[in-house]
Design a protein around this ligand. Structure first.
Ligand SMILES: [Zn+2]
Length: 445
């Protein structure tokens, strides 16, 4: 009896050890300087290659909803100083359509327009696999099969360079064969908790103090502000301005921390989109058209038959000046939003800062008025959608400004900063060539 129990406990202990070896390891601060407020998961992708160890470092920061003009409007001294020391886009950077958080964060790290990487909205339906993707559903955000393209961290890992990903969209999914060596998972609670804001900087710094063999050369860090305040109070509110300056102060802290490492680090600070004051109340599309045979997600409409799609298109065609309805194939090429079934058909494009949805919530659910601040719109139609871009470091020229450019172009540029060979994407290294000290001609790996 006793021997059996002993055997069982030995077996249990053995299995426990095995499961630890097999599972990603959550590092909570023991033996490291990671901030316990934000545990990181470690995947053993091996050490940096000898070549990788000799390469420079890139830290990419996103400030969600930091509109292109907030820095000058609110005198964000740290961001402006970063731009002055390196490069910036005084008239902003163009987000991809739709100017939403998930599509654009994934565009920033893949160089692909949303319809080419597959995350065409924060929440959408895939009619071919009859499944829904939602930014709120970990089962889908963790699942690499939803994501196309090669995220910069997977590209780096595949070429022998270790990476870290702190709360960025898709950090935790295995994509193109890899997860980042170190990651913290994006979720509503963590990303919104102010206590973890400092922890993101502390963790990045701890990673940069790892031995050279393990030290990540690419670190992506996400911050959820000032987007939240922008939605709740509008882009011009005191609260939003305060949030923008709080994020600016964090950028200042990060820059000081990075300088303290003595490592050759290029720091790039961007946002995913801007923010605009919304107008009017909800526009419910089902007041104009019978959508009872459609699947819908937000304002995305999935007609199941050609007849239905055509009927609803015709019903919506001339009913409002606040949106344009297109059959998917006819969406103007400039939006890059006419090739993926996940976009639905027909497709609704707002003509101003209007809150559009397929249906009002059921009578049993509470209905909220639209947020005071909104985004998601065509940046060519609403320049308030434009995002921010600031960068400085040993590989970048000083005192350079760039005209507004599509955010897909950051990917080949960041790959170049890391010495990586990127796959063909929607981005073009030539667009930002003038910002590079080596003019883009340094031998890549
Ligand atoms: Zn938002």
């Amino acid at each position: 009896m006793r021997i059996r129990a002993l055997r069982r406990s030995i077996l249990t202990a053995f299995l426990l050890v095995l499961s630890f070896l097999a599972a990603p390891l959550a590092i909570t601060g023991q033996g490291t300087n990671f901030n316990p407020a934000l545990p990181l998961t470690h995947i053993d992708n091996g050490p940096n290659s000898a070549w990788a160890e000799s390469q420079h470092y890139l830290v990419l920061v996103s400030l969600d909803g930091f509109r292109w003009d907030y820095a000058t409007r609110d005198n964000a001294t740290h961001l402006l100083a970063l731009g002055k020391a390196g490069v910036w886009a005084p008239q902003g950077m163009l987000p991809s359509y739709p100017s939403l958080t998930f599509p654009n964060h994934y565009t920033l790290v893949t160089g692909l327009y949303p319809e080419h990487h597959g995350i065409v909205a924060n929440n959408f339906l895939d009619p071919e696999r009859s499944a829904r993707y939602s930014m709120y559903d970990k089962q889908t955000t963790n699942d690499g099969s939803w994501y196309g393209g090669v995220p910069l961290w997977s590209l780096a890992e595949s070429q022998g360079v270790r990476t870290a990903c702190i709360l960025w969209v898709a950090c935790e999914a295995k994509i193109a064969g890899f997860r980042p060596s170190w990651y913290a998972t994006f979720d509503g609670k963590t990303q919104a908790a102010p206590t973890t804001e400092q922890a993101r900087i502390d963790d990045a710094l701890a990673l940069l103090h790892l031995p050279a063999a393990d030290r990540p050369h690419f670190i992506a860090i996400y911050f959820s502000e000032p987007d939240h305040e922008g939605h709740e109070f509008g882009p011009d509110a005191r609260e939003t301005r305060a949030a923008a300056l709080r994020m600016d102060a964090l950028v200042g802290k990060l820059r000081t921390a990075l300088a303290s490492t003595g490592l050759p680090i290029d720091l790039v600070v961007v946002s995913d989109h801007g923010m605009v004051k919304s107008e009017g109340s909800w526009i419910n599309l089902d007041q104009f058209a019978d959508l009872s045979t459609f699947d819908t997600v937000g304002d995305l409409l999935y007609g199941k038959t050609e007849e239905d799609r055509d009927r609803v298109y015709n019903q919506l065609k001339h009913v409002s000046s606040q949106f344009i309805v297109y059959r998917r194939k006819d969406v103007p090429a400039g939006l890059n939003y006419n090739q993926n079934a996940r976009e639905g058909d027909p497709i609704i494009v707002a003509t101003g800062p209007f809150a559009i949805r397929a249906h009002a919530p059921a009578a049993s659910e509470t209905s909220h008025p639209p947020n005071l601040g909104m985004h998601g719109f065509d940046p060519h139609l609403l320049p308030e959608m434009k995002a921010s871009f600031f960068a400085a470091g040993p590989d970048l020229r000083a005192g350079k400004t760039v005209a507004p450019f599509d955010n897909v172009n950051l990917y080949p540029w960041m790959a170049h900063l890391l010495g990586l060979n990127p796959p063909k994407t929607d981005g073009d290294l030539n667009i930002l060539l003038g910002t590079l000290r080596d003019n883009g001609v340094a031998p890549q790996k």
